[in-house]
Design a protein around this ligand. Structure first.
Ligand code: AMP
Length: 175
């Protein structure tokens, strides 16, 4: 995969959803099927020796490449969603946001204790979302084998929050 092509294809929208935020939009990447496959393969390549049982995608853009990566690794795929969206019995975790709190949840039977789990999202910013996902997975008794993101906003130091859960943090494009 050419990193340059991926960088050029990701679109930056200034001041979305609010003033001062440079929103990194991956939807143009989705139009290029080869690039999508290459992104998934590149991330999967970093985890082939890690015996991953489950890739967990974080709502909602984490579902896009998360599923492709799971296919590449020939393992299960599971989803973490905001509270109230999942139909079956769930386990949940409340975590802090800049203002207030949020609750994420997953179906109670999607991950088994002691399984090796890789957490995936499209973008790592402050790390709060991925950290909450890791805590939810740990609450079930599974092990965090690593994290992956298509994009990392390195200047926000999100990786620092995740290192307590796993030192393995794979990112493709860094700002
Ligand atoms: P955080 O919890 O701060 O690491 O935020 C990560 C989540 O927010 C991910 O699910 C991203 O999709 C989204 N996000 C945060 N900042 C941006 C940004 N600048 N561009 C696109 N998505 C973002």
């Amino acid at each position: 995969m050419t990193k340059q092509l991926l960088e050029e294809t990701i679109r930056t929208i200034p001041d979305f959803p609010k003033q001062g935020i440079m929103f990194k939009d991956i939807t143009p990447v989705l139009r290029d099927s080869k690039l999508c496959r290459d992104v998934a393969k590149k991330i999967a390549d970093s985890f082939r020796e890690d015996c991953i049982d489950v890739v967990v995608g974080i709502e909602s853009r984490g579902f896009l490449f998360g599923m492709l990566i799971a296919q590449e690794l020939d393992c299960a795929f599971a989803i973490i969603r905001k509270k109230g969206k999942l139909p079956y019995k769930t386990v949940e975790l409340e975590y802090s946001l800049e203002y207030g709190t949020a609750i994420i949840e997953m179906h109670e039977d999607e991950i088994q204790p002691n399984q090796r789990v890789m957490v995936h999202d499209d973008l790592l910013a402050t790390g709060g979302t991925a950290e909450a996902a890791a805590k939810l997975i740990s609450k079930i008794g599974a092990n965090i084998a690593g994290f992956s993101f298509v994009i990392s906003l390195d200047f926000l130091n999100g990786q620092d929050k995740l290192k307590a859960h796993s030192e393995k943090i794979v990112t493709l494009v860094n700002y």
